[in-house]
Design a binder for this molecule. Sequence first.
Ligand code: DON
Length: 317
Amino acid sequence: MNLDEHTTTWKQLNDHLASWVTASKVHTEDGHVASYIPELANAPADILGICIMDAEGNTVAAGDTDYHFTLQSISKVFTLILALMDNGEEYVFSKVGMEPTGDDFNSMLKLELVEPGIPFNPLINAGAIAISSLIAGDTPSEQTQRILQFFRELADNPALDINQDVFKSESDTAHRNRSLAYFLKDNGVLDREVDDVLRVYFSHCSIQVNCTDLARMALVLAHNGVDPIRKQRLIPRRFVQIAKTFMFTCGMYNASGEFAMNVGLPAKSGVSGSILTMVPGRYGIGLVSPALNRKGNSTAGVHLLGKLSQEFDWSLF
Ligand code: DON
């Protein structure tokens, strides 16, 4: 995109983003806040906030941008990258596959049905649990600290931390994730103890952020692993390519095809109602709106991204 195009887009965003947010907000009524993690049920159902950041760090933001929330499944993109940095591609893909499932994010169906019983991809819960076991560190707390350091670096925010209430709530009620982890252990996917792996997994899902943090992290992916603001490479190019490919094919779970058609950008959602996406080579985008559809994606968030993509012709296709 040339400078003129950027200037025009930026002006339009400044002029219209707030009214587009208001228009999308009605779609919060089509969804429900996640309640299978009790602490998440306290989230306000009717909010929507978004932050868009350019390569200089300028932002356009609208809606409920002060709201803090946990990364949930968005963290899986970055733990995948860290696992790749710690172990290399070959080892990581001996533990997880590369294909979408078409099933719900916490399904265990294919772990039993399809040999050799490794998760289909690193973004479903089973895959992300396997990835948590691959993060370097001798203990769960060393692994967690390593993840936190990496996320703080990417968000350029040393204050990022774990929301202990969400961590505890998730840990106390994660019967399904525990069964997934035991399945993985039995199938020979986990080299560590189930409880230790799950502690790392719950911890990274419970890291608290706001829309600006998300946009900042997305900006690094948008620029293929280079932080364009500090002009520093934080992730090898190849690992960003892998992460973005998964975001495209599996990032919105079993609604990834629909999202690819309507928005056409690599994205990742979390059950906190958050979505991280980007316009490659240009902007990092973070949004939150806790009301979710049946497949676990933010209803108003998906609507707003559809509008933006259409307005600015952002689809990669
Ligand atoms: O393990 C879980 O179920 C949550 N910590 C994360 C799931 C999630 O965010 C799925 N996203 N749409």
